[in-house]
Structures are given as structure tokens and as C-alpha cells.
Write a protein that binds this ligand. Structure first.
Ligand SMILES: [Zn+2]
Length: 476
């Protein structure tokens, strides 16, 4: 792509003519024209305010529907709530292989507009970036899915499998209208052998691509409530059974508990690859983790807990106390106090066994730990996607062609809509555009007050997505 653009800058009419012939004659996309079209759709999508809550994702689905239908691609709309529909578009293949699903979600998290330099729904281009809520999360997948379908259709690529685009609502904490609704009520419409969705990332440091991370498994969110009970009374006479004191001790115990670390296929491959591509001091730390029972692993784990908490979390079921609710006036010792723990389980964790461990760590009969369900947070346990699959190999090839770097499998500590899709038996892989790892700390990342994407990386991601999909679906 770099080569093409430099030639393009110095282009002659003759060269344009050659490209046009290529584009018409069959299977070569005209990326210069497609980039301009990508920008147009991307900016249009960024200008829709689909903050969740309330969502209003129909703004996005109406737009995508009209673009697809204009080119003769059939679209179905599935809505539990009419303002929050899900869009499914399908290009038919010859049926010799099972379908491929490409997903992008249409909602975005809320904004505090005062904190934005550029308007959050303005799609401003500045200094090589495009700014706006959703520019990382998750308009790139919506536009890449759209451009992929349009391009396959226009080039009339013969397909061995159906290609399905799902633009789903409610990913940010209200999955009942989105992926939850689709996987329980309309599973047939999105049934596929494989799916591609958000959460992967191509990591850049100092402007240089370091690796492409592909999400193959994610942790499972669970909520645990701690309830301490004791006698109530006048606060002028301290009571040993004070529920607040018992709760505080329990929260401190679970909050400082170092849950034993363990690796799975994905995290083992992740740390092994990181050891290969990192400078020696860091590489030694990653290598140490590969032998989890060694003292060196414990030292590395402690280092990560302090400096890279995301990596420490990848190696264990994690517990973060997040809310405390106790007492109602200063001079009353309350009879009950509650705390909430945000627990992120490794996919193979046994929830009953884990609750028993928590109870042992608390070691106080006055405090009861129990699971509570939270509809917005519920995600099914999901099986890791295979690293030796056709899709993973195809992604690796497209990564090295487009980014000239290694592909590393990722376990994400947060949950995504892929967990429901995996739960229905589809193998899912998270891919994503290149971002500067420094951007998150500077406040430019997903969910931040100044979300942005490098324009050139948006184009590269669309091309990478198209090539990955085309390689998986093209009649061979
Ligand atoms: Zn997202």
C-alpha cells in the first residue's frame, strides 16, 4: 500500500487508466478509490450520536442498510427495541463451506462533550488523525465490514461460503438488545463457522509496528457480592460484631489476595512471542512466566502486577472490589454492609470452586460471598478459538503482507460480543487497526475523552479485513 500511494502521488493519466482497467477486469480492488469511499462512510458513521444509553443505533443501521441496498446486497433488520436494531447482510456463496461472519457494533459509550477538543460527533480530521467517539470502538469494524461486502460484490468474487455482516447494537453493557437477542432469537441468521470482530490490535510503539494481536479468548465477567451482618446499635458503644468492620476486613483480604497464576494455550503463546520480539530485560520477564511455578515467575508476576496490570490479569481469575454500601447515619452501627467484587474469570475457571476459595480467603462466618446476576454484564463461558485453524493462518498471512509483523494471540481481560457467538459454536477471532500504544496513556484511546484513529491505519485495516475475508471465502 505504501508503494502504491507514493506512485500514486506521482501519478500520470496512464497509470490511472491502468488501475481502472484492473478494477474493472476482475479481482483487484482499486484501493485509492476505496480509501476515499471509506473516509466518506467512516465520517458519516462517526457523526451519528449512538451513545449508549440510550443507543439510537437505528441511525447507523439505516445508513448501512441504504448503502448496501443501493448496490443490491440484501439486508435484514432484527429489532427487539425499534430504536436499537441489528443489521444482517449476506453475500451468498456456493455453500461448499460454512459461512463467515464479520461483526461491528453500532453503539458507543457516552461522552462528556466539554472535555473534547474536537466535537465528539464531528469526525474532525487533524494531523493525520480522525477524531470522534467510536473512531476506535467500534466504527472501524462497521466500515471495514461494509467496504468488504461492497468490494466482494462489485468484483463479483465467486464465494465458497456466505459472508455475513452483523452490525449489532448494545455492545456497551446492554447486550439484551444486541448480541444476546441475536444469539438467542435469531441464531440462524448469523450461524457461521468462523467470525471476525473487534478487540484485536496492531500495536505500534514510537510509530513502529511491533506485533499484531489477535484475540482468541476472553475472560468471563462475574459479579460477587459480599454481605456482612452483625448486631446494630448505638455508635457510642462499639460492637465487636460491627458489620462495617467485618466487611472492610473481607474487602481488604480479597483485594490483596494474589490469585494463583496459570497459563492457557493463548497466554502461553502470547508471552512466548513477546519474549521473542522484546529487548532482553523484558524478554527475560516474559520467559520466566512460561515456567509458572518458578521463583522467577513469581518475581515477574509481581512486576507485572505493579507495572502492567493487564498482563497480571491475563494469568489468573482476577478480583477487583468496586462498590461498597454500608450505613445510613453517623451514630448508628448498621446491621448489614455490602461490597461488590468485579470478578473476571479465566474461561476454564470453576465458579463454585472459586467462590469456595473466596470464602476461605475471607475466613469470617459473619461475611457471606455469593454470585449475583447482572443482565448487562452476563457473558457465557466461551471456549478459546484454535491457533491452528484456517482462519488464524489466513490472518497471519494477511498480517505479514499488510503490516510486515508477527501475529500474537491475545486473551482479553474485558468481555465482548464474541463470547455469545463463541457460545453458539462459532470460532471467533478479534482483529483491529493499528494504534499507538502510547495513545492510551495520553488519553486518546477507546472510551477516552479524545478518541482518535490514524487515517492511514483505518485504510490499512479496511484492506487487511478485505484480504483476510476474501482469502477465506473466495472459491478455490
Ligand atoms: Zn467495542
Amino acid at each position: 500500500m505504501k508503494k502504491i500511494s507514493s506512485i500514486w502521488l506521482a501519478s500520470s493519466a496512464a497509470f490511472i487508466a491502468v488501475l481502472a482497467v484492473h478494477a474493472q477486469s476482475g479481482r483487484t480492488p482499486d484501493w485509492n478509490a476505496l480509501n476515499a469511499e471509506t473516509l466518506r462512510h467512516f465520517q458519516a458513521l462517526l457523526r451519528f450520536d449512538t451513545q449508549n444509553p440510550p443507543g439510537n443505533e437505528h441511525l447507523v443501521t439505516d445508513y448501512v442498510k441504504s448503502v448496501l441496498e443501493k448496490e443490491g446486497i440484501p439486508v435484514q433488520i432484527f429489532a427487539n427495541d425499534p430504536n436499537r436494531p441489528n443489521l444482517v447482510a449476506r453475500l451468498k456463496g456456493n455453500g461448499s463451506k460454512r459461512p463467515l461472519l464479520y461483526m461491528g457494533h453500532s453503539d458507543v459509550v457516552t461522552v462528556d462533550a466539554k472535555k473534547w477538543k474536537f466535537p465528539p460527533f464531528g469526525a474532525t480530521r487533524d494531523g493525520g488523525y480522525i477524531y470522534g467517539r467510536g473512531s476506535d470502538d467500534d466504527r472501524p469494524h462497521v466500515v471495514a465490514g461494509l467496504m468488504t461486502l461492497l468490494t466482494l460484490k462489485r468484483l463479483n468474487v465467486p464465494l465458497d461460503r456466505d459472508v455475513i455482516l452483523l452490525v449489532e447494537s448494545g455492545e456497551e453493557g446492554t447486550t439484551g438488545v444486541g448480541i444476546g437477542y441475536m444469539t438467542t432469537q435469531h441464531a440462524d441468521a448469523i450461524a457461521a463457522e468462523y467470525c471476525l470482530a473487534e478487540t484485536g490490535t496492531v500495536a505500534r510503539v514510537n510509530g513502529k509496528v511491533m506485533y499484531a494481536g489477535v484475540q482468541t479468548v476472553e475472560k468471563v465477567p462475574r459479579r460477587i457480592e459480599l454481605v456482612a451482618t452483625g448486631p446494630s446499635g448505638h455508635a457510642s458503644r462499639p460492637l465487636q460484631g460491627n458489620a462495617v468492620v467485618h466487611l472492610a476486613a473481607a474487602v481488604a483480604a480479597v483485594g490483596t489476595w494474589r490469585v494463583p497464576m496459570r497459563l492457557n494455550e493463548t497466554t502461553r503463546a502470547f508471552f512466548a512471542k513477546m519474549a521473542e520480539i522484546s529487548p532482553e530485560v523484558e524478554a527475560a520477564r516474559y520467559r520466566a512466566l512460561l515456567n509458572p511455578s518458578s521463583p522467577a515467575a513469581a518475581a515477574a508476576d509481581a512486576w507485572f502486577a505493579e507495572h502492567e496490570p493487564g498482563y497480571a490479569s491475563m494469568m489468573r481469575t482476577s478480583v477487583s472490589p468496586t462498590m461498597i454500601d454500608a450505613g445510613y447515619r453517623i451514630n448508628v452501627i448498621p446491621s448489614e454492609a455490602k461490597a461488590t467484587l468485579d470478578v473476571r474469570m479465566l474461561p476454564d475457571e470453576d465458579p463454585a470452586r472459586f467462590l469456595a476459595q473466596i470464602t476461605r480467603v475471607i475466613n469470617d462466618p459473619a461475611v457471606v460471598a455469593r454470585y449475583i446476576t447482572d443482565p448487562g454484564l452476563t457473558r457465557p463461558t466461551n471456549k478459546p478459538s484454535r491457533l491452528d485453524s484456517e482462519v488464524f493462518r489466513t490472518i497471519q498471512t494477511a498480517v505479514s503482507r499488510n503490516y510486515d509483523t508477527v501475529t500474537i494471540p491475545l486473551l482479553s481481560t474485558g468481555a465482548t460480543d464474541m463470547s455469545q457467538v463463541r457460545g453458539n459454536g462459532t470460532e471467533c477471532y478479534g482483529i483491529g487497526p493499528a494504534i499507538d500504544l502510547e495513545d492510551a496513556a495520553k488519553g486518546f484511546g477507546a472510551h477516552s475523552d479524545q478518541e482518535r484513529i490514524l487515517e492511514s491505519e483505518l485504510y490499512r485495516f479496511v484492506r487487511f479485513s478485505y484480504e483476510t475475508v476474501a482469502d477465506l471465502v473466495r472459491h478455490s
